[in-house]
Design a protein around this ligand. Structure first.
Ligand code: SF4
Length: 392
């Protein structure tokens, strides 16, 4: 549904997040500078283990918003991330952390809703993903990072919300209907209920905004409905969040389909420069440009969307003119992309190398974030229990 139609229909307007689409300035050069007033753990002084993290968590208290609206977003742990993850989500997270009170979490329970048989490598995937978040510029001194499965509070709120949520609200979710139609093995209670678990993930932090792709917007809508129902039945405790859609371009994979490890068409955020070069050089091009002297059409070519993300106007004009006149070859056309991607990745790889050499630091960042998130979640749960009459 378009935003205009949404407004006319009376549904809440989805906010769009303005993004800097200048390709020359899109790559963060490491963690964003700590210029905000958000108190945070002193990450350089890393205690030796998780016990120390738990012991000091109460001293950390809540992550104060400093008057900034709270944002909640999560990612399923898929291991090392690719450029589609960066341009589709992480880039906006990096921007949001300096303007909002951001809570970013590893949605490992959500991963189990669809891949409940695949437990091998889950822990590795969790920490590989966190390394990529940090390498991309997520700053634990500005944002709160945590792991969903370390927060039983989410499960308790999910259970309490489930009592009053009509099952039809979940059965009508497009993601449920489509996935079950394609794969009957997803006809599980966990998969049916995952939008409600998402609602609990969001509402327990009283988030104002939830960055999502268009396909996830219905889940924010159901979260709003769940909050309204709770507020009507018990007490006006749970704010209705708004979906926050970014204007970042969707980055397709090497074959023009959605970038995905499953399709084997991804460029990983930490792919080595020579791997990037090889992958881009091997990309298919306009199928009607068979020989070097055949004119092509950029809009038929899977390489063109990469230009729209990675190169400036002048380079795109050069590529389009050269393609249509057969003045340049496809390898010429791809070279500025290869260089732009390698430039973008260089600071990520450097930062990731540091983190991989110091895994305790990554664990500590997650421990501290988890305890900060827990303090917020427990406060909401106390209010919810009391409103329902369970404060005994
Ligand atoms: S010149 Fe560029 S846009 Fe044209 S077909 Fe080759 S790679 Fe694609």
């Amino acid at each position: 549904m378009s935003l205009d139609r949404r407004a006319r229909s009376g549904l809440p307007t989805i906010r769009r997040l303005p993004m800097n689409t200048n390709p020359t300035s899109s790559a963060p050069s490491g963690p964003a500078p700590s210029t905000t007033a958000v108190p945070a753990p002193s990450s350089p002084a890393i205690p030796p283990g998780a016990a120390a993290a738990s012991a000091s968590a109460s001293a950390l208290g809540l992550a104060p918003s400093g008057g900034r609206a709270r944002v909640l977003s999560g990612m399923r742990p898929t291991g090392a991330l690719h450029l589609g993850h960066y341009h589709g989500a992480l880039k906006s997270w990096v921007q949001l952390q300096s303007t909002h009170d951001c809570f970013f979490f590893v949605a490992d329970w959500h991963a189990l809703t669809t891949h409940y048989e695949h437990r091998e490598g889950l822990e590795q995937s969790v920490y590989d993903m966190v390394v990529d978040w940090l390498a991309a510029g997520i700053d634990p001194e500005q944002a709160t990072l945590f792991i969903q499965s370390r927060m039983p509070e989410h499960a308790e709120l999910f259970t309490l919300l489930a009592m009053s949520t009509p099952s039809s609200w979940l059965e009508r979710m497009p993601s449920y209907k489509d996935a079950v139609a394609e794969n009957r093995e997803l006809a599980t209670f966990g998969f049916l209920g995952y939008p409600l678990l998402q609602a609990a993930d969001i509402l327990i932090y009283k988030a104002a905004f939830v960055p999502v792709g268009e396909d996830q917007a219905p889940h924010v809508e159901v979260t709003r409905e769940v909050a309204r129902r709770f507020n009507h039945l018990y007490a006006p405790l749970l704010p209705e969040p708004q979906a926050l859609l970014s204007d970042t371009a969707r980055l397709p994979g090497l074959d023009g389909r959605k970038m995905s490890k499953t399709y084997g068409n991804a460029i990983a955020m930490r792919d080595a420069p020579e791997v990037v070069e090889q992958k881009v050089r091997q990309m298919p091009t306009d199928p009607q440009r068979v020989r070097r002297h055949d004119p092509g059409e950029p809009t038929r070519c899977p390489v063109w969307p990469l230009h729209q993300v990675y190169t400036d106007e002048a380079t795109r004009q050069w590529a389009a003119d050269g393609c249509r006149s057969a003045g340049i070859g496809c390898l010429d056309c791809k070279q500025p992309l290869i260089e732009a991607i390698q430039r973008e990745q260089a600071p990520w790889r450097a930062r990731a190398e540091e983190l991989l050499a110091d895994p305790k630091k990554v664990h500590w960042i997650v421990e501290v974030g988890t305890e900060r998130a827990r303090a917020v979640a427990r406060k909401t749960l106390r209010e919810v229990r009391s409103a329902i009459g369970l404060a005994y």
